[in-house]
Design a protein around this ligand. Structure first.
Ligand code: NI
Length: 183
């Protein structure tokens, strides 16, 4: 099922998120719906607050990039109750977008590497280091669980320049192919 995406202006995007356990109602269905929604909206990551749920869960799917990078074929992962333990490596600047902020793309500086502890969809615990593009997507999605958005990290000048686009989103005038809500 394709879910409605909570867009910029939705209070849930700024809420504190909570850990979940195996008994979380219809967890496997929720994960499947999140993947379906992300694929439909052509994203590479989606966090639970973006579908209206203030819980610590996000999914990533890098397979849309497999044409250029074959190693991302079937690169689908579920992160439950994640905690980033360490950020390391160089600062890297790269353009990002977000399904909750349609039509906005800005360069964001992030660390190249993260060490993260998380549970997968079977509640198996992992402690793993990611670098490069996966590390970027993971940091972006992790930020969602902390109530942060990528545009929080851009300069005041850049933010001024995208103000019109942000107003379009909050006033429901954003043009995108998937369903969004801002309440
Ligand atoms: Ni996002």
């Amino acid at each position: 099922m394709i879910l409605t995406i909570s867009a910029y202006g939705s209070p849930v995007l700024r809420k504190e998120t909570v850990d979940i356990d195996k008994e979380y109602p219809q967890l496997q269905e929720l994960i499947k719906n999140m993947f379906d929604t992300m694929t439909f909206a052509e994203g590479v990551g989606l966090a639970a607050p973006q579908v209206g749920l203030p819980i610590r869960l996000f999914v990533i799917d890098l397979s849309p990039l497999a044409d250029d990078k074959p190693e991302y074929k079937n690169y689908k992962k579920v992160f439950i109750n994640p905690e980033i333990i360490e950020f390391s490596g160089n600062d890297v600047s790269f353009e990002e977008g977000c399904l909750s902020i349609p039509n906005v793309h800005e360069k964001v500086v992030r660390k190249d590497k993260v060490l993260i502890n998380y549970f997968d969809e079977n509640f198996t615990e992992h402690e793993e280091t990611f670098s490069g593009y996966p590390a970027r997507v993971i940091q972006h999605e992790y930020d969602h669980l902390e109530g942060n958005l990528f545009i929080d990290k851009i300069s005041g000048i850049r933010k001024q320049l995208i103000k019109g686009k942000l107003n379009n989103i909050t006033s429901g005038r954003a043009n995108c192919k998937y369903k969004i809500k801002t309440k």
